[in-house]
Ligand binder design. Structure first.
Ligand code: EPU
Length: 303
Protein backbone atom coordinates (compact mmCIF):
# COMPACT_ATOMS: atom_id res chain seq x y z
CA UNK A 1 0.00 0.00 0.00
CA UNK A 2 1.19 3.57 -0.68
CA UNK A 3 -0.18 6.88 0.59
CA UNK A 4 -2.48 7.25 -2.40
CA UNK A 5 -4.14 3.91 -1.74
CA UNK A 6 -4.52 4.74 1.94
CA UNK A 7 -6.10 8.07 1.03
CA UNK A 8 -8.48 6.34 -1.38
CA UNK A 9 -9.53 3.81 1.23
CA UNK A 10 -10.06 6.62 3.76
CA UNK A 11 -12.66 8.25 1.55
CA UNK A 12 -14.41 5.12 0.29
CA UNK A 13 -17.92 4.40 1.60
CA UNK A 14 -17.92 7.65 3.58
CA UNK A 15 -21.24 9.29 4.08
CA UNK A 16 -19.94 12.86 4.07
CA UNK A 17 -19.25 15.59 1.48
CA UNK A 18 -15.45 15.03 1.41
CA UNK A 19 -13.98 14.85 -2.09
CA UNK A 20 -10.72 13.32 -3.25
CA UNK A 21 -9.10 13.73 -6.67
CA UNK A 22 -5.70 12.76 -7.99
CA UNK A 23 -3.70 14.86 -10.49
CA UNK A 24 -6.00 17.80 -9.97
CA UNK A 25 -5.19 21.12 -11.66
CA UNK A 26 -4.64 23.72 -8.94
CA UNK A 27 -5.29 26.61 -11.32
CA UNK A 28 -9.03 26.29 -10.63
CA UNK A 29 -8.46 26.40 -6.86
CA UNK A 30 -6.76 29.79 -6.53
CA UNK A 31 -7.70 33.35 -7.44
CA UNK A 32 -4.65 33.84 -9.66
CA UNK A 33 -5.91 31.01 -11.87
CA UNK A 34 -2.33 29.74 -12.16
CA UNK A 35 -0.48 26.53 -11.31
CA UNK A 36 0.17 22.92 -12.22
CA UNK A 37 -1.39 19.78 -10.78
CA UNK A 38 -1.48 18.52 -7.21
CA UNK A 39 -0.67 14.83 -6.79
CA UNK A 40 -3.86 14.75 -4.68
CA UNK A 41 -6.53 17.34 -3.90
CA UNK A 42 -8.69 16.59 -0.88
CA UNK A 43 -11.72 18.52 0.36
CA UNK A 44 -11.81 17.41 3.99
CA UNK A 45 -15.09 17.64 5.89
CA UNK A 46 -14.40 16.07 9.33
CA UNK A 47 -11.87 16.40 12.14
CA UNK A 48 -11.29 12.63 11.99
CA UNK A 49 -10.16 12.83 8.36
CA UNK A 50 -7.90 15.76 9.16
CA UNK A 51 -6.34 13.83 12.05
CA UNK A 52 -5.69 10.87 9.73
CA UNK A 53 -4.07 13.22 7.22
CA UNK A 54 -1.76 14.67 9.89
CA UNK A 55 -0.72 11.15 10.84
CA UNK A 56 -0.31 10.04 7.21
CA UNK A 57 1.93 13.01 6.57
CA UNK A 58 4.33 11.78 9.23
CA UNK A 59 3.99 8.07 8.43
CA UNK A 60 4.48 8.36 4.65
CA UNK A 61 6.53 11.55 4.72
CA UNK A 62 4.12 13.00 2.12
CA UNK A 63 3.84 16.80 1.97
CA UNK A 64 0.44 18.28 2.90
CA UNK A 65 -0.58 21.89 2.25
CA UNK A 66 -3.80 23.52 3.48
CA UNK A 67 -4.82 26.19 0.96
CA UNK A 68 -7.83 27.99 2.41
CA UNK A 69 -9.69 29.57 -0.51
CA UNK A 70 -6.53 30.25 -2.50
CA UNK A 71 -6.95 34.04 -2.47
CA UNK A 72 -3.40 34.84 -1.34
CA UNK A 73 -1.54 32.12 -3.16
CA UNK A 74 0.81 31.61 -6.11
CA UNK A 75 1.13 27.96 -7.19
CA UNK A 76 4.17 26.85 -9.18
CA UNK A 77 3.79 25.81 -12.82
CA UNK A 78 5.11 22.37 -11.78
CA UNK A 79 2.27 21.98 -9.27
CA UNK A 80 2.61 20.26 -5.90
CA UNK A 81 3.87 16.72 -5.32
CA UNK A 82 1.78 16.13 -2.18
CA UNK A 83 -1.77 16.49 -0.87
CA UNK A 84 -3.50 19.86 -1.17
CA UNK A 85 -6.29 20.26 1.36
CA UNK A 86 -9.30 22.50 1.52
CA UNK A 87 -11.56 22.51 4.60
CA UNK A 88 -15.31 22.10 4.04
CA UNK A 89 -18.23 20.46 5.92
CA UNK A 90 -17.70 20.61 9.71
CA UNK A 91 -15.12 23.35 9.18
CA UNK A 92 -17.85 25.62 7.81
CA UNK A 93 -19.51 25.97 11.22
CA UNK A 94 -20.67 29.43 12.24
CA UNK A 95 -22.38 29.76 15.65
CA UNK A 96 -23.27 33.05 17.26
CA UNK A 97 -23.60 33.39 21.04
CA UNK A 98 -24.43 37.00 21.96
CA UNK A 99 -21.42 39.06 20.82
CA UNK A 100 -19.20 36.00 20.19
CA UNK A 101 -18.97 33.87 17.09
CA UNK A 102 -17.44 30.41 16.91
CA UNK A 103 -16.38 30.01 13.31
CA UNK A 104 -14.70 27.18 11.38
CA UNK A 105 -11.51 27.76 9.41
CA UNK A 106 -13.25 26.93 6.11
CA UNK A 107 -15.81 29.76 6.31
CA UNK A 108 -15.33 32.52 3.75
CA UNK A 109 -14.65 36.01 5.09
CA UNK A 110 -17.45 37.65 3.06
CA UNK A 111 -19.98 35.18 4.55
CA UNK A 112 -18.75 35.86 8.09
CA UNK A 113 -18.78 39.60 7.45
CA UNK A 114 -22.38 39.62 6.09
CA UNK A 115 -23.81 37.37 8.83
CA UNK A 116 -22.16 39.36 11.62
CA UNK A 117 -23.45 42.64 10.14
CA UNK A 118 -27.00 41.30 9.82
CA UNK A 119 -26.93 40.61 13.59
CA UNK A 120 -25.59 44.10 14.31
CA UNK A 121 -22.17 42.77 15.35
CA UNK A 122 -19.25 45.02 14.47
CA UNK A 123 -15.60 44.03 13.93
CA UNK A 124 -15.44 42.10 10.66
CA UNK A 125 -16.92 44.74 8.31
CA UNK A 126 -13.48 45.11 6.70
CA UNK A 127 -13.58 41.48 5.53
CA UNK A 128 -16.41 41.69 2.96
CA UNK A 129 -13.93 42.50 0.19
CA UNK A 130 -11.36 39.84 1.14
CA UNK A 131 -12.26 36.58 -0.62
CA UNK A 132 -10.21 34.39 1.74
CA UNK A 133 -11.06 31.86 4.44
CA UNK A 134 -11.13 32.34 8.19
CA UNK A 135 -8.19 29.89 8.50
CA UNK A 136 -6.05 31.86 6.06
CA UNK A 137 -7.04 35.15 7.70
CA UNK A 138 -5.91 33.79 11.08
CA UNK A 139 -2.56 32.46 9.89
CA UNK A 140 -1.79 35.63 7.87
CA UNK A 141 -3.52 38.03 10.28
CA UNK A 142 -5.38 39.47 7.28
CA UNK A 143 -6.50 43.06 7.51
CA UNK A 144 -7.67 46.20 5.80
CA UNK A 145 -8.62 49.78 6.70
CA UNK A 146 -6.69 49.66 9.98
CA UNK A 147 -8.39 46.48 11.28
CA UNK A 148 -6.76 43.07 11.55
CA UNK A 149 -8.31 39.71 12.16
CA UNK A 150 -6.06 38.92 15.14
CA UNK A 151 -7.50 41.91 17.08
CA UNK A 152 -10.85 40.08 17.35
CA UNK A 153 -9.55 36.66 18.36
CA UNK A 154 -10.35 35.21 21.79
CA UNK A 155 -9.13 31.69 21.12
CA UNK A 156 -7.87 29.67 18.18
CA UNK A 157 -8.45 25.96 17.66
CA UNK A 158 -5.57 24.25 15.86
CA UNK A 159 -4.38 20.76 15.04
CA UNK A 160 -0.88 19.68 16.00
CA UNK A 161 1.50 17.73 13.76
CA UNK A 162 0.36 14.63 15.70
CA UNK A 163 -3.29 15.24 14.77
CA UNK A 164 -4.47 16.49 18.16
CA UNK A 165 -6.86 19.45 18.50
CA UNK A 166 -5.65 22.13 20.89
CA UNK A 167 -6.85 25.54 22.09
CA UNK A 168 -4.59 28.54 21.79
CA UNK A 169 -4.99 32.02 23.24
CA UNK A 170 -4.56 35.22 21.25
CA UNK A 171 -1.16 35.66 22.95
CA UNK A 172 -0.08 32.18 21.82
CA UNK A 173 -0.78 33.16 18.21
CA UNK A 174 1.52 36.25 18.45
CA UNK A 175 -0.33 38.26 15.83
CA UNK A 176 1.60 41.07 14.14
CA UNK A 177 1.31 42.78 10.73
CA UNK A 178 0.34 40.02 8.24
CA UNK A 179 1.98 37.43 10.51
CA UNK A 180 1.27 34.95 13.31
CA UNK A 181 2.91 31.84 14.73
CA UNK A 182 -0.09 29.70 13.66
CA UNK A 183 1.94 28.53 10.66
CA UNK A 184 3.83 26.30 13.09
CA UNK A 185 0.82 23.99 13.54
CA UNK A 186 -0.41 21.36 11.10
CA UNK A 187 -3.66 23.25 10.56
CA UNK A 188 -5.84 25.96 12.05
CA UNK A 189 -9.38 24.60 12.37
CA UNK A 190 -11.44 27.43 13.87
CA UNK A 191 -11.65 30.40 16.19
CA UNK A 192 -13.84 32.27 18.63
CA UNK A 193 -14.08 35.98 17.85
CA UNK A 194 -15.37 38.67 20.18
CA UNK A 195 -17.39 41.26 18.23
CA UNK A 196 -18.96 44.52 19.39
CA UNK A 197 -22.76 44.84 19.53
CA UNK A 198 -24.18 47.74 17.53
CA UNK A 199 -26.99 48.67 15.16
CA UNK A 200 -27.38 46.26 12.19
CA UNK A 201 -28.12 49.08 9.71
CA UNK A 202 -25.02 51.04 10.76
CA UNK A 203 -22.74 47.99 10.67
CA UNK A 204 -24.09 47.05 7.22
CA UNK A 205 -23.54 50.59 5.91
CA UNK A 206 -19.96 50.64 7.19
CA UNK A 207 -19.32 47.21 5.64
CA UNK A 208 -20.72 48.41 2.31
CA UNK A 209 -18.68 51.67 2.44
CA UNK A 210 -15.42 49.75 2.96
CA UNK A 211 -16.35 47.38 0.13
CA UNK A 212 -17.07 50.33 -2.17
CA UNK A 213 -13.70 51.90 -1.29
CA UNK A 214 -12.01 48.61 -2.11
CA UNK A 215 -13.59 48.19 -5.52
CA UNK A 216 -12.77 51.82 -6.34
CA UNK A 217 -9.10 51.67 -5.30
CA UNK A 218 -8.19 48.09 -6.13
CA UNK A 219 -8.66 45.88 -9.20
CA UNK A 220 -11.36 43.25 -8.79
CA UNK A 221 -12.38 42.01 -12.26
CA UNK A 222 -9.06 40.39 -13.25
CA UNK A 223 -7.51 37.32 -11.62
CA UNK A 224 -5.09 38.32 -8.83
CA UNK A 225 -3.96 37.34 -5.33
CA UNK A 226 -4.54 40.63 -3.51
CA UNK A 227 -1.57 42.71 -2.45
CA UNK A 228 1.63 41.10 -3.70
CA UNK A 229 3.99 42.70 -1.16
CA UNK A 230 3.79 43.62 2.51
CA UNK A 231 3.94 47.32 3.21
CA UNK A 232 7.50 48.09 4.39
CA UNK A 233 7.54 49.99 7.69
CA UNK A 234 6.61 53.61 6.95
CA UNK A 235 5.74 53.03 3.26
CA UNK A 236 2.91 51.83 1.05
CA UNK A 237 4.31 49.20 -1.34
CA UNK A 238 1.70 50.18 -3.96
CA UNK A 239 2.67 53.84 -3.80
CA UNK A 240 6.41 53.01 -4.11
CA UNK A 241 5.73 50.81 -7.16
CA UNK A 242 3.54 53.55 -8.66
CA UNK A 243 6.20 56.24 -8.04
CA UNK A 244 8.78 54.02 -9.79
CA UNK A 245 6.57 54.11 -12.91
CA UNK A 246 5.92 50.36 -12.90
CA UNK A 247 2.11 50.36 -13.24
CA UNK A 248 1.19 48.59 -16.46
CA UNK A 249 4.63 46.90 -16.69
CA UNK A 250 4.17 43.46 -18.16
CA UNK A 251 6.05 40.15 -18.36
CA UNK A 252 4.29 37.49 -20.44
CA UNK A 253 0.65 37.40 -19.35
CA UNK A 254 1.31 39.08 -15.97
CA UNK A 255 0.89 42.83 -15.53
CA UNK A 256 1.21 45.34 -12.69
CA UNK A 257 -2.29 46.74 -12.17
CA UNK A 258 -2.86 50.22 -13.60
CA UNK A 259 -5.25 50.90 -10.68
CA UNK A 260 -3.07 49.91 -7.71
CA UNK A 261 0.67 49.20 -7.92
CA UNK A 262 0.68 46.41 -5.34
CA UNK A 263 -1.48 44.07 -7.45
CA UNK A 264 -0.25 41.77 -10.18
CA UNK A 265 -2.92 40.63 -12.63
CA UNK A 266 -3.11 37.45 -14.63
CA UNK A 267 -4.30 39.15 -17.81
CA UNK A 268 -3.51 36.56 -20.41
CA UNK A 269 -2.71 32.98 -19.34
CA UNK A 270 0.18 34.13 -17.15
CA UNK A 271 2.47 31.46 -15.75
CA UNK A 272 3.80 31.42 -12.19
CA UNK A 273 7.20 32.01 -13.79
CA UNK A 274 5.87 35.22 -15.43
CA UNK A 275 4.52 36.42 -12.06
CA UNK A 276 7.74 35.69 -10.17
CA UNK A 277 9.84 37.35 -12.89
CA UNK A 278 7.65 40.43 -12.49
CA UNK A 279 8.00 40.25 -8.69
CA UNK A 280 11.81 40.19 -9.01
CA UNK A 281 11.77 43.02 -11.53
CA UNK A 282 9.70 45.15 -9.13
CA UNK A 283 11.88 44.26 -6.13
CA UNK A 284 15.10 45.13 -8.00
CA UNK A 285 13.67 48.36 -9.39
CA UNK A 286 12.28 49.62 -6.05
CA UNK A 287 15.52 48.70 -4.24
CA UNK A 288 17.61 50.53 -6.84
CA UNK A 289 15.45 53.67 -7.05
CA UNK A 290 14.21 53.97 -3.46
CA UNK A 291 16.53 51.76 -1.40
CA UNK A 292 13.57 49.80 0.03
CA UNK A 293 13.26 46.00 0.21
CA UNK A 294 9.84 44.64 -0.73
CA UNK A 295 8.89 41.34 0.90
CA UNK A 296 6.24 39.15 -0.72
CA UNK A 297 2.93 38.86 1.10
CA UNK A 298 1.43 36.29 -1.27
CA UNK A 299 2.23 32.71 -0.19
CA UNK A 300 4.07 30.33 -2.51
CA UNK A 301 3.16 26.68 -3.05
CA UNK A 302 5.24 24.07 -4.85
CA UNK A 303 8.41 26.13 -5.42
N1 EPU B 1 -1.18 54.68 -3.67
C1 EPU B 1 -0.66 55.26 -4.79
N2 EPU B 1 -0.52 54.47 -5.90
C2 EPU B 1 -0.86 53.16 -5.93
C3 EPU B 1 -1.39 52.58 -4.76
C4 EPU B 1 -1.54 53.36 -3.63
O1 EPU B 1 -0.33 56.43 -4.81
O2 EPU B 1 -0.69 52.52 -6.97
C5 EPU B 1 -1.37 55.53 -2.47
C6 EPU B 1 -2.84 55.74 -2.14
O3 EPU B 1 -3.39 56.79 -2.86
C7 EPU B 1 -2.80 55.98 -0.65
C8 EPU B 1 -1.59 55.15 -0.18
O4 EPU B 1 -0.81 54.88 -1.34
O5 EPU B 1 -2.50 57.32 -0.38
C9 EPU B 1 -2.02 53.83 0.48
O6 EPU B 1 -2.80 53.08 -0.44
P1 EPU B 1 -4.03 52.15 0.01
O7 EPU B 1 -4.97 52.96 0.86
O8 EPU B 1 -4.54 51.49 -1.19
O9 EPU B 1 -3.40 51.13 1.02
P2 EPU B 1 -2.21 50.13 0.84
O10 EPU B 1 -1.24 50.42 1.94
O11 EPU B 1 -1.67 50.13 -0.54
C10 EPU B 1 -3.27 48.32 2.41
C11 EPU B 1 -3.29 46.82 2.44
C12 EPU B 1 -4.45 46.30 1.61
C13 EPU B 1 -5.74 46.87 2.11
C14 EPU B 1 -5.64 48.41 2.00
C15 EPU B 1 -6.87 49.11 2.50
C16 EPU B 1 -1.08 45.83 2.60
C17 EPU B 1 0.06 45.26 1.86
N3 EPU B 1 -2.07 46.31 1.87
O12 EPU B 1 -2.92 48.71 1.09
O13 EPU B 1 -4.47 44.87 1.80
O14 EPU B 1 -6.84 46.41 1.35
O15 EPU B 1 -4.52 48.85 2.81
O16 EPU B 1 -6.89 49.09 3.88
O17 EPU B 1 -1.06 45.84 3.84
C18 EPU B 1 -3.78 42.74 1.01
O18 EPU B 1 -3.23 42.57 2.10
O19 EPU B 1 -3.84 41.80 0.17
C19 EPU B 1 -4.39 44.01 0.71
C20 EPU B 1 -4.84 44.31 -0.49
Amino acid sequence: MDWKEELRSLTQNQNNPSKLRFDESLSKHNYFGIGGNAAAYFEVSTVEELTTLAQMRRRWNVPVAIIGRGSNLLVSDAGYSGIVVRLIGDFNRLDFDQNRVDVGAGVSLPRLSKLAASRGLSGVEFALGIPGSVGGALVMNAGAWGSSFGDLVERVEAMTEEGELIDLSRDDAQFSYRHSTLKNYFCVTGTTLALTPGDAGEVENRMQDLYNQKITNQPFAEENAGCMFKNPSGYSAGKLIDECGLKGYRIGGAEVSKIHGNFILNLDSATAHNVLSLVRHIQDHVKRERGVDLEMEVQLLGF
